[in-house]
Every structure is written in C-alpha cells, then in structure tokens.
Design a binder for this molecule. Structure first.
Ligand code: AR6
Length: 175
C-alpha cells in the first residue's frame, strides 16, 4: 500500500483532516447518504454556501469537484465531488469515478492541504459495485500521489465493514 494512504473504518464527518470529500450530486443542494450526514454535522452555513455555488455556477458536473468551507465540522474544508450513477458499466462510469477522485485531489493540492479524507464515492445510493470502485479509487489516488507532493496523506474512510475489507484486500494486491 502507498505509504501516504490510510484506510480506516468510521464516520467521515468526525475526521480531523484539512478536507473531507462529499459524495454529492450535481445540484450541490444536499441529499441522503454521506451527503446528508455531512450537511447535518456541518450545519446551515455549508448549505448556504452550496446554494450560492449552485446559483453562481449551476452546480457541479459528474466527475468534477468544488471546494467550500466546512461549517461546524472538525475538517477545514469540504470538497464536493459527484461520482457517476452506475448504469451497467458501459456509460463511462469508470472514467468518471476516477475523475471524481483526481479532481478532488487536484483541489486539495492547489490548496496545499496536508490531509484529505474520502468516502467510497458512488458505492451507496449511486450503486457502483464496491469491489470495482475500490480498484478505481486506489489506482487514481496512487497515481496522483506519485506525481504530487500534496496532499501529503489520503485517508479512505469506510463506513461499512465490506468496503473496509475490500479496500484492504485491494491495497495489499497493489503492493
Ligand atoms: N462516513 C463515511 N462514509 C459514509 C457515511 C459516513 N458518515 N455515510 C455513508 N457513507 P452515498 P453515492 C458511505 O450513498 O453512492 C446522496 O443523496 C456509504 O456506506 O453517500 O455517491 C447524494 O446527494 C457508501 O459506501 O453516495 C447523491 O445524490 C459511500 O459512503 C447520492 O447520494 C457512498 O454512499 C450519491 O450517491
């Protein structure tokens, strides 16, 4: 496993990192899953900022990412990215998922963030198969870290046991 990568099991809203990544939707106006948990924990300041962004730039296209403050969260910033909805695999889902990770990392690098925490983007409500998504996440993050000094550490925060086990297995295979 890459020395700058950490795989943990837990709740991303509680992580003390420079930025946590939100698995948002293109409207940026909140939703269920980790998006709902982040907005609940961050409070109304985050939603107000997201509403402004949605109005000024029309939301966030799939595979891209935008940066906001973090309201009441212990993190300093939230990077909202939009993963693909799984539609069988023949609609560019793999490229869009890799792009969601890479664009989030690019924002963190621009901000010189030392630490960033990701959830398993697209693997909940958006239905991306967890094992395939783990392979893509690890590859995209590994490639980015090889080419950039920032972020210095990437945390993959798995909510469920299955994602945690898959990430660990896949990261050992890619050693
Ligand atoms: N901490 C870490 N991971 C979490 C947490 C948490 N607190 N809560 C859930 N997860 P999902 P998606 C995991 O559905 O598939 C929203 O409505 C969860 O177990 O949150 O990208 C958005 O607005 C799963 O492994 O995101 C979009 O409309 C992972 O986070 C849509 O859902 C992602 O599951 C995005 O769907």
């Amino acid at each position: 496993m890459h020395s700058r990568l950490r795989i943990i099991q837990g709740d991303i809203t509680r992580q003390q990192v420079d930025a946590i990544v939100n698995a948002a939707n293109s409207s940026l106006l909140g939703g269920g899953g980790v998006d709902g948990a982040i907005h609940r924990a961050a409070g109304p300041a985050l939603l107000a900022e997201c509403r402004q962004l949605a109005a000024s730039r029309g939301g966030c296209p799939t595979g891209e990412a935008v940066l906001t403050g973090a309201g009441n969260l212990p993190a300093r910033a939230v990077i909202h990215t939009v993963g693909p909805v799984w539609r069988g695999g023949g609609h560019g889902e793999a490229e869009l998922l890799a792009s969601a990770y890479t664009h989030s990392l690019q924002l963190a690098a621009e901000q010189r963030f030392a630490t960033i925490a990701f959830p398993a983007i697209s693997t909940g409500i958006y239905g991306y198969p967890k094992a395939a998504a783990a392979t893509i996440a690890l590859r995209a993050i590994g490639q980015f870290l090889q080419q950039h000094d920032y972020p210095q550490q990437v945390w993959l925060v798995c909510f469920d046991e299955e994602s945690y086990r898959l990430y660990r297995q896949h990261s050992e295979q890619s050693d």
